[in-house]
Design a protein around this ligand. Structure first.
Ligand SMILES: [Zn+2]
Length: 192
């Protein structure tokens, strides 16, 4: 019986580079990994790209509501999921079952909360089901640990808009990792 892992953090905490490092370690030992991401994550098309310059092809781009049961994971030693917050609850449950019944470790990387501070659907189910949780730390501009992902539109902090707008898909939108007190200060400022 293998484990389901959820390694989460705010924006820029090195999720993709950590995933690619794990893939590299497996492959160096002649093990097979399968890299998955959701179709919602349009960034990089069918490649993962880290801010440190690493690049890797994605093996499965999962459609919204597509079942993982249709895939054959025979001879797979590890399943790695990038931007796992975009998975549906069902997809997380399917991954959990794969870990338990097919004995394949599943390591999911993703954001915990959206720009309004609420759990993403996939992250919620991962927090409920994962055997192991690990927080990947990134630092706020003030030096404290960042927990939130502040959304800026045209360089102005905002709490409005769709839950999911992919970083880089729209030049006017960017996300900044922020600690609780800096995030709260920004909310107060924008409510004035
Ligand atoms: Zn701060």
């Amino acid at each position: 019986m293998s484990k389901l892992y959820f390694r989460y953090g705010a924006m820029n905490c090195g999720k993709s580079s950590s995933l690619m490092q794990v893939a590299h370690n497996y492959e160096e030992n002649n093990k097979k990994v399968v890299v998955i991401k959701s179709v919602i994550d349009t960034k990089g098309s069918n490649y993962l790209e880290s801010r440190t310059g690493l690049k890797r092809k994605v093996d499965i781009i999962l459609n919204i509501n597509e079942s993982l049961d249709t895939y054959n994971f025979n001879h797979t030693d590890c399943i790695l999921v990038d931007e796992a917050q975009f998975l549906s609850s069902n997809q997380v449950e399917q991954l959990w079952k794969i870990a338990k019944t097919s004995n394949i470790p599943v390591i999911c990387y993703g954001l915990k909360v959206d720009f309004q501070g609420y759990l993403f659907e996939g992250s919620k189910r991962l927090l409920e089901l994962a055997d192991e949780l690990e927080e990947l730390v990134t630092i706020c501009k003030c030096g404290k640990k960042a927990k939130f992902n502040a959304r800026y539109v045209n360089n102005i902090f905002t709490l409005d808009g769709e839950e999911i707008v992919i970083d880089g898909s729209n030049k006017n939108i960017k996300y900044i990792p922020m600690c609780g007190s800096c995030y709260l200060k920004m909310i107060k400022k924008c409510q004035k």
